[in-house]
Design a protein around this ligand. Structure first.
Ligand SMILES: Nc1nc2c(ncn2[C@@H]2O[C@H](COP(=O)(O)OP(=O)(O)O)[C@@H](O)[C@H]2O)c(=O)[nH]1
Ligand SMILES: [Mg+2]
Length: 373
């Protein structure tokens, strides 16, 4: 890989990690209801490369566990129904302290979890949820471990949901979400309901951290695609602006940072780490086969036939058209990486096949570009 490329890509990758920030989710509910199982089912157990380490204490019993674009706040050693006053006091203090901090340090959404088969929802839980709402933390109530058969929820959980709904709590949708987070190998009960909880959370999260949430979760490709399309649209607009005064194809270097940051952001959104992203970017744009500083002038040079399509001059419409096609082709590469459907050889990415895929996707969108053999 040429030096300039790895340096530029590293820099854009770090910038995009910073730009995505972090969504912070607080997870409450009694011990053993299935909070950790739910978090892991939606976000995976993958610990991202950034910000790992021991959880940070944000109150003597409140912990922030950072996993890249996700922060999970949870309580240890305090139990709802036993230490409510202490818990409410600590939480209130933590929220007040966070008000003077940047958005990425605040609690954005809370899940309150109740085991669906517990048959009771206590007044202390009611009070705790109202406290969260009073602190302006939006709340999603989740009933966990709810068995389902032939499209019917277990009647006990339905009854519990009805009781909770009757309390008129300040919660998303006014009612709990019924879920089963992890397939039970004995009964064969499959997981369900997770995407609905995720989408509610996405809806409640401040817009500035929605991309972080889309990146952190591992169950909804559509959320990643939507955010990727936003990144592509932004890059397309930036490319058009950069080429408002037409530039010669040979000096299209101004487009490089725009396209690299677009590619880095889409990679982050799909949870692809730096090393793999760089490998895929090199394979896709054929940079590996060329050498020297000339590469810095344009990524497009490495795409066979691109020069002839643009006729030597890049104007706004060519710049935006090429950036759009590159973004969409790269999105396909990232989606396949996420889905684990990328061509592999002996457990390693088949870089020749990746290049072929990228070029074919590009050619579909820019018919003038030479199709790969
Ligand atoms: N099969 C299955 N087991 C679950 C589910 N949710 C929780 N459990 C089990 O219930 C136990 C407690 O879950 P955990 O997530 O640790 O609860 P927490 O204390 O609320 O974090 C664990 O043994 C989990 O494996 C689920 O959706 N399906
Ligand atoms: Mg736990």
């Amino acid at each position: 890989m040429t030096q300039w490329f790895s340096e530029s890509f590293n820099a854009e990758f770090a910038k995009q990690a910073e730009a995505l920030g972090r969504v912070n989710l607080a997870v409450f509910g009694k011990t053993g209801v299935g909070k950790s199982t739910l978090v892991n089912a939606i976000f995976g157990e993958r610990v991202a490369a950034t910000g790992i380490g021991a959880p940070v204490t944000i109150g003597s019993h409140l912990y922030l566990d950072r996993r890249g674009t996700l922060g999970v706040i949870d309580t240890r050693g305090l139990e709802i129904g036993r230490d409510d006053d202490e818990l409410i006091k600590e939480l209130t203090q933590a929220v007040k302290d966070s008000r003077s901090k940047p958005l990425s340090e605040q609690i954005h959404v809370a899940w309150y979890c109740v085991r669906g088969m517990d048959r009771r929802f206590e007044d202390v839980e009611d009070r705790f949820i109202r406290t969260l709402a009073a602190l302006e933390i939006p709340v999603v109530v989740v009933l966990t471990q709810v068995p389902m058969r032939d499209g019917q929820f277990h009647p006990d959980a339905v009854e519990l949901a009805r009781q909770i709904e009757a309390r008129d709590l300040p919660i998303f949708g006014g009612r709990p979400f019924l879920t089963y987070a992890m397939r039970d190998p004995f009964s064969g009960q499959p997981a369900y309901g997770l995407i609905d909880v995720l989408r509610a959370t996405f809806h409640l999260a401040p817009e500035a951290v929605q991309a972080a949430l889309a990146a952190a979760q591992e169950i909804d490709l559509e959320l990643k695609t939507n955010q990727s399309n936003k990144a592509i649209a932004a890059a397309v607009a930036a490319a058009a602006a950069a080429a408002a005064v037409p530039i010669p194809f040979s000096s299209a270097a101004v487009l490089v940072p725009i396209q690299l940051s677009m590619m880095a952001r889409i990679a982050h959104l799909h949870g692809i780490g730096l090393e793999k992203s760089a490998l895929l970017a090199v394979a896709s744009t054929s940079i590996a086969t060329s050498a020297g500083r000339a590469a810095a002038s344009s990524l497009l040079k490495f795409i066979p036939g691109a020069g002839s399509v643009v006729g030597g001059v890049i104007n706004a419409s060519v710049a935006s058209g090429l950036t759009l096609a590159m973004g969409q082709a790269w999105l396909v590469v990232c989606q396949k990486t996420f889905n684990k459907t990328l061509p592999m050889i002996d457990g390693k990415v088949d870089t020749a096949a990746v290049r072929h895929l990228f070029e074919a996707e590009l050619a579909r969108r820019m018919p003038g570009i030479r199709k790969p053999e």
